[in-house]
Design a binder for this molecule. Structure first.
Ligand SMILES: Nc1ncnc2c1ncn2[C@@H]1O[C@H](COP(=O)(O)OP(=O)(O)OP(=O)(O)O)[C@@H](O)[C@H]1O
Ligand SMILES: Nc1nc2c(ncn2[C@@H]2O[C@H](COP(=O)(O)O)[C@@H](O)[C@H]2O)c(=O)[nH]1
Length: 185
């Protein structure tokens, strides 16, 4: 009997570098499949529907929830985000690894529904560096940055709930560590 296919969750505070690390990893290994979440957040400049996210309005998101189409979902800093269930199930049924990049509330839901999943926490080298990265990205208003930093304090305190912690000092190094955890490299 083959080993059960693995679902990996990558979580960590807003601005720590999750998307940057995953993008670097997929540049080296395009075969790594990342779930595309649905969100009610407005696209940032350069973001395309169906690529970074499926951008939906509140009614569409309500329908996804009501129809049981989301594996998990959460409200984060004023917007809702959720993982479409069907694509994840299809990949796992084919025996292919699955990567989710989601917040702490979503990670906790996955732990409940799929205890075999591995939960990876991406931590910043320091609090000041996290603030620098989130602010320096320049994509959020000061009000939203403050909401995200308030959430970050809760997320950092939850680090012991995760199976593994990776510290994002070097994008290249942490991408290699994540690949190893995915069983790709
Ligand atoms: N190791 C690193 N060293 C320096 N800067 C980094 C590093 N990793 C990421 N960054 C920078 O930090 C900023 C935030 O990164 P990114 O958008 O990937 O974070 P995130 O965790 O995906 O955030 P969110 O949860 O808000 O989507 C970006 O400007 C990115 O270039
Ligand atoms: N619970 C979920 N969280 C998600 C999902 N997709 C993304 N996220 C997380 O939301 C925040 C904010 O993302 P941003 O793109 O607006 O910066 C971040 O922590 C993401 O990881 C999801 O499907 N479910």
């Amino acid at each position: 009997m083959s080993e059960r296919p693995r679902l990996t969750v990558l979580s960590g505070p807003s601005g720590v570098g999750k998307s940057t690390v995953v993008a670097h990893m997929r540049k080296m290994h395009p075969e790594v499949w990342l779930s595309v979440s649905a969100t009610t957040r407005h696209p940032r400049p350069g973001e395309k529907n169906g690529v970074q996210y499926h951008f939906v309005d509140n009614d569409e998101f309500d329908k996804l929830v009501a129809n049981g189409e989301l594996l998990e979902w959460a409200e984060f800093a004023g917007n809702r985000y959720g993982t479409p269930r069907a694509a994840v199930q299809e990949k796992l049924e084919r025996g292919e690894p699955v990567l989710l990049e989601i917040d702490l509330q979503g990670a906790r839901q996955v732990r409940e529904s799929m205890p075999e999943a591995q939960l990876v926490f991406l931590a910043p080298p320091s609090w000041d560096e996290l603030v620098r990265r989130l602010t320096g990205r320049g994509t959020e208003s000061q009000d939203v940055i403050e909401k995200r930093l308030a959430a970050a304090k809760i997320e950092l305190a939850a680090e012991p709930e995760f199976d593994t912690t990776l510290v994002n000092t070097s994008v290249e190094q942490v991408a290699a560590e994540l690949l190893a955890l995915l069983g790709v490299a």
